[in-house]
Design a protein around this ligand. Structure first.
Ligand SMILES: *Cc1c(COP(=O)(O)O)cnc(C)c1O
Length: 429
């Protein structure tokens, strides 16, 4: 199941020495990021807003990746950042994101986060009534959105209808009610469009009470297309427990996603002509994509430390041990598995070899790939294994220093006209 990759990654993998040089310099597993791709992803969202003639704004959902070069790309390309902790807020501002371009979400925000957000004139998504009370006590001019619990949702986030009414009544100068927000799990365009239309009613009522209420944020959840349709269909139709070392995973991300990222925003705006509704009502639409802004913007690189051969149902397969852990691919945490095929580097020819990939820890279940991946040759100690398209959540949302292993640093890769250049991300210096 080969992943779609960016041209700069293909250049990196095709170069005879560049990847090995970085690996030697770092001396352990690492992640490589392509901020130029983040810029393209941001621009694709902005172009959809422009083409639909909708006043829109992109906030990057920062929890999806910690790299400094990603928020720098936001600052350089007119995107804001959606943060949920003081650490995220400070990291975004350190890369040049202006306070007014921050959206502060997250439940039960600490006093420290509210204070910083208010001082920096960030837009604050209110998730509970006491947040409003604590903000009012600061007596600072702040803009807020009220985060709505969507009808029929059992989420622990957002304000239910009664809390929402109380919140609308409670907002008083110097606090400004800028509008309403929601964040849905799942990846359904129509549901997001319909929920946005429902929030328009709240905006109208709030306006009748003298509030500006000119912003609706529809949160994140823009899908990413990792694999082509035929590879994904083939996998799902032929899926068998026998393909896995030990137990198979329970569930998977929809790795083939036909209308991803900015195209999904286009579908949301087209559904029931939401674009016109927003225009007619003078509403600015905010989006908070995390994963979608990181599509094809980074990969994770491990070195093979050991190779064993085992037999299952009479067929031999290899078990590799690499120099990192499955927490750098995150999905095992959700009883799932990251399915796009890793690339074995260097590319030399050999025999197709079913291979699963274990971590350098003493935990039986710590495997990066339980699936026996058909690698194009047998892996050897010292080879590199490159997991593609891991920038969205996979590479660092769950990393830990378990076993006193260092966290894999992030490397930034840029393409000059004649050559590639790499540097350490600010988070790795
Ligand atoms: C996680 C989150 C996002 C980003 O979600 P993605 O699925 O990565 O697009 C945006 N907004 C809020 C409030 C979130 O919690």
């Amino acid at each position: 199941m080969p992943a779609y990759t960016e041209a700069i990654e293909q250049r990196l993998l095709a170069d005879p020495v560049f990847l090995a040089d970085i690996a030697d310099a770092v001396g352990g597993p690492f992640h490589v990021l392509f901020p130029e791709r983040v810029a393209l992803n941001i621009k694709a969202f902005q172009q959809v807003f422009a083409a639909a003639d909708v006043d829109g704004f992109v906030y990057f959902g920062k929890k999806a990746n910690k790299a400094a070069c990603v928020v720098r790309a936001c600052a350089e390309n007119g995107a804001g950042v959606d943060v949920a902790s003081t650490g995220e807020l400070v990291a975004a501002m350190a890369q040049g994101v202006r306070g007014e371009d921050l959206m502060v979400t997250g439940p039960a925000k600490s006093d420290e986060l509210l204070w910083l957000a208010a001082r920096q004139r960030a837009l604050i998504a209110i998730d509970a009534l006491d947040e409003l009370e604590r903000l009012a006590a600061l007596d600072l001019p702040v803009r807020v959105l009220l985060r709505v619990l969507p009808e029929g949702s059992t989420s622990r986030f957002g304000l239910d209808p009664m809390e929402l009414e109380q919140a609308i009544q409670a907002v008083k100068a110097p606090i400004t009610l800028s509008g309403f927000s929601f964040h849905l799990s799942g990846y359904d365009a129509a549901a997001r469009s319909e929920q946005a239309a429902a929030l328009l009613g709240h905006c109208r009522r709030a306006r009748a009470n003298g509030h500006p209420a000119d912003t609706i944020s529809i949160g994140g959840g823009f899908g990413v297309d990792y694999l082509d349709a035929s590879a994904w269909d083939e996998f799902r139709n032929a899926l068998s427990d026998n393909w896995f070392h030990a137990s198979p995973p329970g569930d998977y991300y929809p790795y083939h996603f036909p209308v991803p990222g900015a195209a999904m925003l286009d579908a949301i705006l087209a559904h029931n002509n939401l674009a016109e509704l927003l225009r007619d009502n003078g509403i600015r639409l905010a989006v908070e994509p995390g994963r979608a802004l990181l599509d094809r913007a980074g990969s994770s690189v491990f070195r093979v430390q050991g190779v064993k051969t085992r037999i299952a149902q009479g067929n031999p397969y290899d078990i590799l041990t690499v120099d990192g852990t499955s927490l750098s691919l995150s999905e095992q945490w959700f009883d799932s598995e990251y399915l796009p095929d890793p690339v074995l580097w260097p590319h030399t020819t050999g025999h197709l070899t079913p291979t699963c990939v274990g971590a350098t820890t003493c935990l039986e279940s710590d495997l990066l790939s339980r699936r026996r991946i058909p690698l194009p040759r047998r892996a050897r100690t010292g080879d590199l294994l490159v997991y593609p398209n891991t920038a969205g959540y996979q590479m660092d949302s769950n990393e830990s220093t378990f076993h006193e292993l260092p966290l894999p640093p992030k490397v930034v890769l840029r393409a000059d006209a004649d050559r590639l250049r790499w540097s350490l991300d600010h988070t790795a210096r």
